[in-house]
Design a protein. Structure first.
Length: 269
């Protein structure tokens, strides 16, 4: 790939994204940029990446983004890797006076605030959003670090479980997005990579060295889902609407989908 060529694919670097991206480089011949959610959003904003597995909140923050349906990082129940940890057994989301937010994920920030407001009827402006991890009553950790930290601190609230109890619909943490039309061949890479990844969950679990392979396999095969269809889009729309309400921003929360470049050309003919 030429150095001045914009990177085609970008993804978050977490274990839960591996089944969607592990085969992409082989299938497409393109390098996949791996970066934390905030950095990936910035890369897309600067047009350094064409297609990215972006966190849900990115969709609101960049009105040029459109959704590529079919695949995402999703949970319908416990997610295991988006957790609000507590300092002890008597502390929970209902009574935490101070909360620290993981700086790596705006989507998880908003998910936590929605749960606090909609389920626990907490007044968000009365909570001390502490910048000090050590002094906060509760602290939000996401991704691989959450999987590791749950082995140290057994007192936590799983935000996937909380969302499921609150809404009954799946939660979409991230999905493929782009600003421009996408070639059908590129869409086929995304779809094929997902199918290959799902078939290779045992191999992916065995090759990672972060946690016990059996725990990794249970996480990837049960906690994380990868298909984004109707129920998932309903959950995504509900989340976006609630984020707009909480932030008091006039976001366009309608779901806009990417078009296939060649199909659009054929229609014009």
């Amino acid at each position: 790939m030429k150095s001045n060529h914009r990177i085609l694919f970008g993804s978050v670097p977490y274990l839960n994204a591996t089944p969607l991206v592990s085969a992409l480089e082989e299938l497409s011949g393109e390098r996949v940029l791996l970066a934390p959610p905030a950095e990936l959003h910035e890369a897309m904003a600067k047009n350094q990446v064409s297609i990215a597995l972006l966190p849900a909140v990115s969709y609101l923050e960049d009105p040029q983004l459109k959704i590529i349906p079919g695949s995402g990082i999703i949970s319908h129940g416990p997610v295991q890797s988006v957790l609000a940890f507590h300092r002890g057994p008597s502390i929970n989301l209902a009574n935490s006076e101070s909360i620290y937010l993981d700086p790596n994920s705006k989507t998880s920030h908003q998910l936590l605030k929605i749960i606090l407001k909609q389920k626990y009827q907490r007044e968000l402006n009365e909570i001390n959003w502490s910048p000090n991890f050590e002094k906060a009553h509760s602290y939000l950790i996401i991704g691989d670090q959450a999987l590791l930290h749950r082995q140290i601190n057994p007192y936590f609230t799983d935000l996937g479980t909380e969302w499921d109890k609150l809404t009954g619909v799946p939660f979409v943490y991230a999905c493929w997005m782009s600003k421009t039309e996408v070639e059908p061949e590129t869409l086929s890479y995304l779809h094929s990579a997902k199918l290959m990844g799902k078939k290779n969950l045992a191999k992916i679990s065995a090759e990672q060295e972060m946690i016990d392979p059996a725990i990794a396999f249970e996480y990837l095969s049960k906690s994380i889902q990868y298909h984004m269809g109707g129920p998932e889009l309903i959950g995504l729309k509900l989340f976006l609407d609630w984020v707009a309400e909480i932030k008091e921003e006039a976001y366009d929360t309608s779901l806009k989908f990417i078009t296939e470049a060649r199909r659009a050309d054929a229609v014009n003919l």
